[in-house]
Design a protein. Structure first.
Lengths: 140, 490
């Protein structure tokens, strides 16, 4: 199933790429332009992506119960990372890191509340110090 | 050699060994994760750190192969065959010592080759023109696609998609923006470090955090058992020498050369051994040879990177990123324009190699116990490090968005059994390919013959086309055989 999804993603990417690549100027063999490599690579890539997608669609696939449970965890983990991006510049690096770190620890399976909370604070403060003070990176 | 550089060498080899020990957290992902942390460092110090991680991981991979029968790195897969068998017979210490000594000798041989050949190749490369760079990049991509993964068709597809991703942003020659969709941040293209951090780093983090592995049983090794006996040392000697030389030359080939060299060495040792039946049951040659080969290959991998500026493996592509982030362009002029960087790096690799030998044997128990590290704590931390690092590159939340996209893609690709490396190598080598072909065609008035008539470019392109033809023929034969089997089954 995953193989089909990924193959479909690559095929879709190639088709969208070719759709926009056709607007670039190909030039000629004597004077290749900005569209030269995109059109050549895009065409070859699209053909291979189509063949790959066809081969994969002909295969049988199964989804087991454990896959579904893992997917839920993946979805929650990824959602946490997305929320991190959304709140980062509004709440600031330190607070957003502590909150999201706590959430991710719980999603990943860390038991209890005190240990994840302490770890989240430790990581937030530690990374803030390392990146902001030690490395001189300007964090939100 | 300053104290900062020595410390960086030590930190690099320690982290590299840890990375090699922990399955899943590959060397490419680790270098990608640590790239942003190197910002405040002197360029040489940062490069010493990354190089230490790179070859240190080869040492670490053998530890888990021998003690747990789980390869920490792909290049240590074959060590499981005889290494674990030796451990079950109570000879884990001898296997670990053979791997460590072999890695040290091979690393030294590889570094001597690097110090000898890289400057010579760099000098010759000054005569290279766009056709030569195009031919090298093209051949590199073809060989890489041929040697990586089970399906060459899929590998080529991924290389092409990587090339397509590499065209996003400003055209390097005409200055026209491509595929930016009016997004300002896309005008500078997609930073390779972001792609690597996403696909190798975050993708692995999501996989490991959300699909926890079962507990492992680690074989115990006492310090006094670490030394092989006279017979084992004698039997290891020639496999180490052969593995070093073989690994060095295989390491020059684009692709997963460390892995290929270890398998090739195992096959050679088994073929020429007087005790071939012992292989798979605990033959020390089956540990010494492959472990030497993969270390020599990792040193040889640095030659095209340092002398041509062309990486042929994801890890060396990330080392390239490390160079570029610190304002240094590896290639033909590196030796002449930054001799301190070039020779400083090689010197640090000699020192790091010695550090690895000293570290790995006494601390083998400590490294093996790392396998019990609670990943449900480590992985969320790694996720935050990665995202922070992505932000730190350009102070841009957009880079974090790209990181998430590539992280999700990397996760799905791993689950779907897609190789990650071809996509990444396509992104890295695509611009070299494009510049080479367009500049070459413009300079020679569109004459493709000019590519073929130049001795080096023509030879390399000829080899590439022969390999492509063989791939097509092999694919055709496999389809025919499959149809025949289906008909016979009916």
């Amino acid at each position: 199933m995953i193989e089909k999804v990924v193959s479909g993603i690559f095929l879709l990417f190639c088709l969208v790429y070719m759709y926009y690549a056709k607007d670039l100027s190909f030039g000629s063999i004597v004077k290749p332009k900005a569209g030269f490599l995109p059109i050549v690579a895009g065409t070859a890539g699209t053909v291979l992506a189509l063949i790959n997608f066809g081969k994969v669609m002909l295969k049988k696939s199964e989804t087991s119960k454990s896959d579904i449970r893992s997917w839920k965890r993946v979805g929650l983990f990824f959602a946490g990372l997305v929320v991190y991006l959304l709140i980062l510049e509004y709440v600031g690096y330190l607070v957003s890191t502590i909150l999201v770190m706590f959430y991710l620890l719980k999603v990943a399976g860390t038991k209890g509340w005190l240990v994840p909370a302490l770890m989240a604070v430790g990581v937030g403060v530690g990374f803030h110090f390392i990146f902001d003070y030690a490395l001189g990176v300007m964090l939100p | 050699m300053t104290w900062a550089n020595l410390l960086a060498a030590f930190a690099g080899v320690l982290i590299g060994t840890l990375v090699g020990v922990l399955p899943g957290l590959g060397v490419s992902g680790t270098i990608a994760l640590l790239l942003p942390l190197s910002f405040g460092m002197h360029p040489l110090t940062a490069l010493i750190l990354f190089a230490g991680i790179y070859y240190g991981s080869m040492y670490g991979g053998s530890t888990t192969s021998i003690l747990v029968n789980v390869p920490g790195e792909a290049a240590s897969v074959v060590t499981c065959l005889d290494g674990y068998a030796m451990a079950r017979k109570g000879r884990a210490g001898a296997a670990l010592a053979a791997a460590a000594i072999g890695s040290f000798v091979a690393g030294t041989v590889g570094l001597m080759g690097l110090a000898l050949f890289a400057p010579i190749l760099a000098e010759k490369a000054l005569e290279f023109g766009p056709p030569e760079y195009f031919a090298i990049a093209f051949l590199g991509l073809v060989i890489f696609a041929n040697l990586t993964g089970k399906s060459p068709l899929r590998s080529i597809m991924l290389v092409l998609i990587g090339i397509m991703i590499g065209t996003i942003g400003m055209d390097p020659l005409a200055g026209i923006t491509r595929f930016t969709f009016s997004v300002d941040e896309l005008q500078r293209g997609i930073d390779f470090a972001i792609v690597a951090m996403g696909i190798f780093g975050l993708g692995e983090v999501i996989l490991t955090a959300c699909h926890p592995r079962t507990a492992v049983n680690v074989q115990k090794v006492r310090f006094r058992e670490l030394y092989p006996n006279k017979t084992e040392l004698k039997r290891s000697f020639w496999p180490i020498i052969r593995g070093s030389i073989l690994g060095f030359f295989v390491g020059l080939i684009p692709g997963p050369s460390a892995t290929i060299s270890s398998f090739t060495s195992y096959a050679v040792e088994k073929r020429i051994s007087k005790r071939p039946l012992e292989f798979g049951q605990g033959a020390i040659e089956g540990v010494a040879g492959p472990e030497s080969a993969n270390n020599a290959a990792s040193s040889a991998n640095m030659i095209p990177l340092l002398s041509l500026g062309i990486p042929f493996a994801p890890a060396s592509a990330l080392l390239l990123s490390g160079f570029l982030i610190h304002g240094i362009t590896p290639g033909p002029t590196l030796v002449s324009s930054h001799p301190d960087i070039f020779w400083g790096l090689i010197a640090s690799m000699y020192i790091g190699n010695a550090m690895l030998l000293i570290l790995n044997l006494p601390l083998v128990g400590a490294f093996a116990s790392l396998l019990k590290t609670p990943l449900h704590i480590l992985m969320p931390i790694m996720a935050i490090v990665t995202l922070t690092g992505a932000y730190a590159l350009n102070n841009s939340v957009f880079d974090m968005v790209l990181l998430l996209i590539f992280g999700l893609l990397g996760y799905l690709m791993k689950l779907g059994n897609f190789e990650l490396a071809p996509l990444v190598i396509g992104i890295v080598l695509g611009p070299t390919l494009e510049k080479g072909v367009i500049q070459g065609l413009i300079i020679h008035d569109g004459s493709i013959w000019s590519f073929i008539s130049r001795p080096l470019a023509g030879s390399l392109l000829g080899i590439a086309f022969v390999i492509l033809l063989l791939m097509v023929i092999r694919w055709g034969i496999s389809i025919w055989k499959q149809r025949k089997r289906e008909v016979e089954a009916k």
